[in-house]
Design a protein around this ligand. Structure first.
Ligand code: ADP
Ligand code: MG
Length: 834
């Protein structure tokens, strides 16, 4: 059991300029000290409050710290322990926008910004490959907890776009009070690629399910769990561990200002389950408390082991140090100090596989019985059972087939078994070499036959002296020929064996003797067990590469360039946009042109294109290396054959030592293999990067599409805002429907459907599937993060009843019409002000 307190780290998010509001003192003996300075005059706090707040951490990651460094110091020790069988948890805590998601999952733009989860997956699979002496399995689950409900982000039926419509994950407790999650799917990942795809799928699902209403990324907790098992082949014990990587909801609180004398301390969380988390932390940090209120919320129930239980837990406090965020950062650090007091007892989760154990015990019983009979000298007298005979038969066969010269046949001291084994051996020898055994008999027979030859040659008549001399001569000649034939046969046999040995030696050195499809070089000394795994991986990589290559020519149309890594994501992306009408498609094009993040998307596309080209080049190099290796292989083979043949014909034998030419060829092959390995590894790394970039691009596209929906709605409402004149007479009574857009919150129950405002070509125009989003003015938005709330303000501000504008479906004409209405609206507003 490992007893240790929860480790706490702090990460400071980069700011544009120096704020001078904090300082890190690395020299402190009890761990680095992070200090915040809140100037009295600007703090909006009464003067008797403290100015300086000091906090100690295991380590403080300053603004410029790279993801790689955070991974190395925070995650790597936890993963190493998880591989050894200890549960681990890493959770990020901090206000919205402070970098929790950036730290746990990664940034949206660069591959180097990938966070702890993708790096953990890479690390794990790389570790497995380096340690083929163990068998590892990896399963993954991805849970989102929003509003005390759990949702499975990897649910294959994640078709519903709204979080609320998904099947809920529920908590179950067994008799031992272990928590189980019902409806949370667990997926096996055979390799890094599969594991990353699961992460990407979950992330995309999370994004699709997020709406301005639920603001899931701010208010939900996401728990990515990796379930590991490790087993040594032949051993009955399995080590199991769980690794939770947790991105908590934003920790921002209400009432943080103006609460005289109780600055920060009594501020309330916006997120209720964080409030319960704090209660649990407080209870755990107070030694006298026996009851820990884990059950108050789903999140604390799920993370029960991580908090004060069987787990090695690490917290990353993420802080923003701009002036407006300092008090939240102080809250975050205070929370961390409490967390640091919690002691966990991590246990090695080792268990015995009952099936393997039964086998082992059975074997032990047999051995003990044998020892007993040997010690007492009492031999059992009853007949061996058929089962025993069968088992012996299998054992003997296994023993004979075992190429290990030191193999043993542990039958014990039971004479019945020993005799049975001899019987089996005899049968085997007779089965396999009937000629030989027969030969021995015949050999004996030959001598017997000899007289018959003389009898035959004598033709039954009495042998004359001349005749017998002749017979003797012939017999000698026959004997001589026989000897010659034997010598030749032996020579042939020897040559054959040499050729086989040569092939074996070559095979052992990784050079198949046959020119056929040999295994690809896997690098020196790779044990055979990992070879097949490696080969599969290479093959899979080759397959994916060819897919990637076929994508090498990005098409200008959005749909066609959608990456192939996740079909389901692609399908959903299209669903999100809905079938666009011509007009809306045009609007989308204009939107894209002016989209603030389009530069990022373009950059990513450019980078991706560049990577495709690189991958293509590397792929070609790998292929040509492979061809070259096979070519040299067959040259070596031909050369050895030629030498062997020459040895036979010139009767000089065949030397095992490679001659100069063969040495040269071998060197050539080694060089080619080394270059193959380097290129292949580069290709593999590049492939992971490409997949990551594809995912980022997909996410950027999804975001753009979501922003477009909002922009579109905004445009529509803006255009509708002016006083309804006769010119805007709606078609088909749509104004009635639009009449639901009033300030009456109850009217919000009626979904906004922008499509109702249009006619003709734009019939299909609308909020797509967002049409069922409810626009509510009583959302307790935690703040001003991101673009979405800005759009919502516009929408909410413009909620006056508005009829539809008749549009034509022709983009240019419609743009003119929109421009006209906008101008008109401005004039009206100005008139109104006057
Ligand atoms: P949170 O998940 O805490 O709400 P995010 O991780 O989404 O915050 O971060 C908010 C923004 O700040 C994102 O655009 C993110 O890329 C950026 N960001 C956060 N931390 C860093 C960092 N260490 N370096 C660079 N950018 C960061
Ligand atoms: Mg986040």
């Amino acid at each position: 059991m490992v007893k240790q307190t929860i480790k706490i780290f702090c990460r400071v998010k980069p700011t544009k300029g120096k704020t001078g509001l904090y300082e890190v003192d690395e020299e402190e003996s009890g761990g680095p000290k992070l200090s915040f300075f809140v100037p009295k005059d600007q703090s909006q706090i009464v003067n008797n409050t403290k100015e300086e707040y000091n906090f100690r951490f295991q380590r403080v990651f300053e603004q410029q710290t790279k993801q790689e460094e955070v991974f190395e110091h925070v995650a790597q020790p936890v993963i190493d322990n998880a591989i050894s069988g200890y549960n681990g948890t890493i959770f990020a805590y901090g206000q919205t926008g402070s970098g929790k998601t950036f730290t746990i999952t990664g940034g949206a733009e660069r591959y180097t910004d990938r966070g702890i989860i993708p790096r953990t997956l890479s690390y794990l699979f790389e570790y497995y490959e380096k340690h083929p002496d163990f068998t590892y399995t990896t399963h993954v689950s991805y849970l989102e907890i929003y509003n005390e409900n759990g949702y499975d982000l990897l649910d294959p039926k994640h078709e519903a776009a709204k979080l609320e419509d998904l099947p809920k994950v529920s908590l179950m407790e067994d008799t031992d009070q272990n928590i189980h999650l019902k409806n949370l799917s667990v997926h096996q990942a055979m390799n890094e690629e599969e594991a990353l795809n699961l992460l990407f799928l979950g992330d995309t699902n999370r994004m699709i399910a997020e709406t301005p209403m639920n603001q899931a990324s701010t208010r939900s907790h996401c728990i990515f769990t990796i379930h590991l098992t490790a087993r040594e082949p032949g051993s009955a014990t399995i080590r199991r561990s769980k690794l939770h990587l947790v991105d908590l909801a934003g920790s921002e609180r209400v009432g943080k200002t103006g609460v005289v004398g109780t600055l920060l301390a009594e501020a309330k969380y916006i997120n209720l389950s964080l409030h319960y988390l704090e209660q649990v932390i407080v209870a755990l940090s107070e030694k006298s408390r026996s009851h820990i209120p884990y059950r108050n919320s789903m999140m604390t129930s799920v993370l029960r082991d991580s908090l004060g239980g069987n787990c090695m837990t690490t917290m990353i406090a993420t802080c923003s140090v701009e002036k407006k965020n300092v008090d939240e950062s102080i809250s975050t650090c205070r929370f961390a100090q409490r967390v640091a007091l919690i002691k966990n007892d991590a246990l090695l989760n080792e268990e015995v596989d009952p099936k393997l154990m039964v086998l082992r015990l059975k074997k032990e019983i047999v051995e003990l019985k044998d020892q007993l009979s040997l010690a007492t000298g009492e031999q059992p007298t009853d007949e061996l059972s058929g089962e025993d005979a069968d088992r012996l038969q299998q054992m003997v066969r296994g023993y004979v087939e075992d190429t290990d010269p030191d193999a043993t046949l542990p039958v014990g001291a039971d004479m019945r078994k020993i005799n049975e084994c001899f019987r089996i051996f005899k049968r085997l020898v007779l089965e396999r070499h009937p000629g030989k055994l027969g030969g021995v008999n015949n050999g004996g027979g030959e001598e017997d036959e000899e007289p018959s030859v003389s009898e035959d040659s004598g033709l039954g008549s009495a042998p004359s002296t001349a005749g017998s001399a002749e017979v003797k001569k012939l017999k000698d000649l026959l004997q001589q020929r026989d000897n010659e034939i034997n010598i030749l046969v032996n020579m042939l046999k020897k040559e054959k064996k040499r050729a086989q040995d040569a092939a074996l030696i070559l095979e052992e050195r990784g050079i198949p003797f046959s020119a056929g499809e040999g295994p690809l070089p896997n690098g020196p000394g790779r044990p055979p067990s990992s070879r097949s795994k490696h080969r599969n991986r290479e093959e899979r990589s080759r397959d994916s590469m060819s897919i990637s290559r076929s994508l090498g020519q990005p098409d200008s149309r959005e749909k066609e360039t959608t990456p192939p890594y996740s079909q389901s994501t692609t399908v959903r992306l299209r669903k999100l946009g809905g079938e666009m009408s011509v007009g809306r498609q045009e609007a989308f094009e204009i939107f894209k042109r002016d989209y603030e993040h389009s530069v990022t998307v373009d950059d990513q596309k450019g980078l991706l294109k560049q990577r495709y080209a690189e991958a293509k080049q590397l792929g070609e190099k790998v292929n040509s290396s492979r061809v070259q290796i096979n070519h040299v292989k067959s040259l070596i083979q031909q050369h050895r054959m030629a030498r062997a043949a020459q040895g036979v014909s010139e009767d000089v034998g065949f030397s095992e030592e490679p001659d100069e030419e063969e040495q040269h060829l071998r060197q050539q092959m080694e060089d080619e293999k080394a270059s193959y390995k380097v290129t292949f590894n580069r290709l593999r790394v590049l492939k992971t990067e490409i997949e990551h970039l594809q995912h980022l691009l997909e996410k950027a596209r999804l975001q753009m599409q979501k922003d477009f929906e909002l922009w579109w709605a905004e445009q529509t409402v803006n255009a509708h805002a002016p006083d309804p004149g006769p010119a805007h007479a709606p078609q088909g009574g749509s104004s009635r429907r639009h009449g639901s857009l009033t300030d009456d919150p109850t009217a919000d129950a009626e979904p906004i459907r922008a499509s109702h405002s249009y006619h003709g070509n734009l019939d299909a125009v609308g909020l797509g599937h967002h049409g069922d989003r409810r626009m509510s003015s009583h959302s307790d938005s935690s703040g001003s993060h991101g673009r979405v709330p800005r759009h919502r303000e516009v929408l909410e501000d413009s909620r006056s009843a508005a009829p539809a504008i008749p549009l034509t479906g022709d983009a240019r004409a419609d743009a003119d019409i929109m421009a006209f209405f906008k101008a008109r609206q401005k004039i009206l507003q100005q008139q109104g002000k006057r």
